[in-house]
Write a protein that binds this ligand. Structure first.
Ligand SMILES: *[C@@H]1O[C@H](CO)[C@@H](O)[C@H](O)[C@H]1NC(C)=O
Length: 430
């Protein structure tokens, strides 16, 4: 018993089996096979390794963005001069990666709680019955008191009075000067897998440079200071339109880095996209154009609470950081090589098909490729065929079709062979 086990073990360890190959001297098969192998090689080297960089592993960054606006606006409405600085036109003021720059507004000053007439238009009435007391209109400004005012022919409401009249959007925009405001973006990214941190203030971008540079896609692609007019233009919109009704623009900071080369080549790339609406569409085609919101400043005057209401039209900027770093890694390399070797098997399969099924001398090659066992010794699995059989020839990949009972034969190649009958006289039709 022990010696049997040790024999089996020594057989296992000290023997090696390798498949026997058949060398076929045939130009057609040779050329087909080499062409396919060449194609597979080109795919693996050209596409998988060079183009898709299959030898690298990838990681995306965690990132943080700060922003800062600079610039001053000026308005002169019927002799009332006013200057708008950053604290007046940026919402919210913290320097988020998403913020709004006010470019146009409708201001309603000195509102206080009280009763006053609704706007004309949607809220017209001809009698008190049209203004049901205690109810609201969805588009109204307050709660209706049940009174239809004679002077204006509109319902009276309990609301912040006087109610805001936002029917007419100022044109040209009140703060056209926004075109010259500048936006400073600070962005830092970390690729945790590779332990690499970068900031958009890369090498050569120092204080002296920042103090005078302005982003330009060709002349200053790394300057982190952007003129709003340029951003809007690069996103494909017209500043006049977007400033009047508002809009949304995405600034994409793209960090696509190959960390196999020096880290100083890992630099950001800025692109600009309109996030709402299509620059090519006409304004009329859009159902709800623009971007606006309301904002109120409350104060006390003579112990009475009052507010200033601003309907703000502005450009909303969303800074989106997109990142992908790559670096050499042994595991994806081996995976790519392994799958490449596997695809080489395709060449073998195709060439075998050509050799065994298409060539005129296929019978000759078949005989050379397959070694037939002389099976006078009955295979127990093919019992069903045994009655009328003399020889049951089961060939790799062949199915012999005849009339007689069915038997299934499994071969080592894990291929299921179906041999309907094993009668040697009829059984040779393939
Ligand atoms: C923006 O700046 C340019 C150059 O300084 C100036 O010519 C232009 O009038 C400014 N535009 C606005 C709307 O202030």
């Amino acid at each position: 018993m022990m010696s049997q086990i040790s024999n089996a073990l020594s057989d296992f360890f000290f023997e090696y089996e390798t498949p026997r190959q058949v060398l076929v001297r045939n130009r057609r098969v040779g050329v087909v096979c080499r062409l396919i192998q060449l194609g597979v090689l080109a795919y693996i080297i050209g596409w998988v390794f060079i183009y898709e960089k299959g030898y690298q592993s990838t990681d995306t960054a965690v990132s943080s963005v700060f922003t800062k606006m600079k610039g001053v606006g000026y308005t002169n409405i019927e002799g009332r001069e006013r200057v708008w600085d950053v604290a007046d036109y940026v919402f919210p003021p913290q320097g988020d990666s998403s913020f709004v720059v006010m470019t146009n507004y409708i201001i309603t000053e000195g509102q206080k709680m009280g009763k006053c007439p609704e706007l004309q238009g949607k809220h017209n009435c001809s009698s008190h019955a049209d203004c049901e007391g205690g109810s609201f209109k969805r588009t109204g400004h307050g709660q209706m008191t049940g009174v239809c005012l004679n002077a204006t022919k509109t319902c009276e409401v309990l609301a912040w009075c006087p109610v805001e009249d936002d029917v007419k959007i100022p044109d040209p925009p009140m703060l056209m000067s926004a075109v010259n405001y500048t936006l400073f973006i600070k962005n830092s990214v970390t690729f945790p897998l590779f332990g690499v941190s970068r900031s958009n203030l890369v090498e050569n971008i120092d204080n002296a440079y920042i103090s005078k540079c302005l982003y330009d896609p060709t002349d200053a692609p790394l300057c982190p200071i952007f003129r709003l007019g340029d951003i809007v233009k690069l996103s494909g919109f017209k500043f006049e339109t977007i400033a009047r009704v508002g809009g949304a623009i995405g600034i994409v900071v793209d960090w696509t880095c190959n960390l196999d080369v020096d880290v100083k080549h890992c630099i950001p790339k800025y692109t600009f996209h309109g996030l709402y609406g299509n620059a090519a569409e006409t304004d009329q085609a859009r159902a709800s154009v623009g971007y606006n919101f309301r904002y109120a400043k409350h104060y006390l005057e003579d112990k009475e609470q009052k507010r200033t209401l601003l309907k703000v039209f502005g450009i909303r900027f969303d800074i989106i950081v997109q990142s992908l770093a790559r670096k050499f890694d042994i595991i994806p390399t081996l995976t790519a090589i392994g799958s490449g070797v596997g695809i080489f098997g395709v060449a073998t399969v195709v060439c075998d098909l050509v050799l065994l099924y298409l060539l005129p001398k296929r019978e000759f090659y078949k005989n050379m490729k397959f070694k037939y066992t002389d099976s006078h010794v009955q295979d127990p699995d093919s019992e069903a065929c045994s009655t009328e059989t003399e020889v049951c020839k089961v060939r790799d990949l062949y199915i012999s079709i005849t009339l007689k009972p069915i038997c299934l034969v499994f071969r080592t190649a894990d291929v299921l062979f179906i041999c309907y009958s094993c009668r040697s006289d009829v059984g040779a039709t393939f």
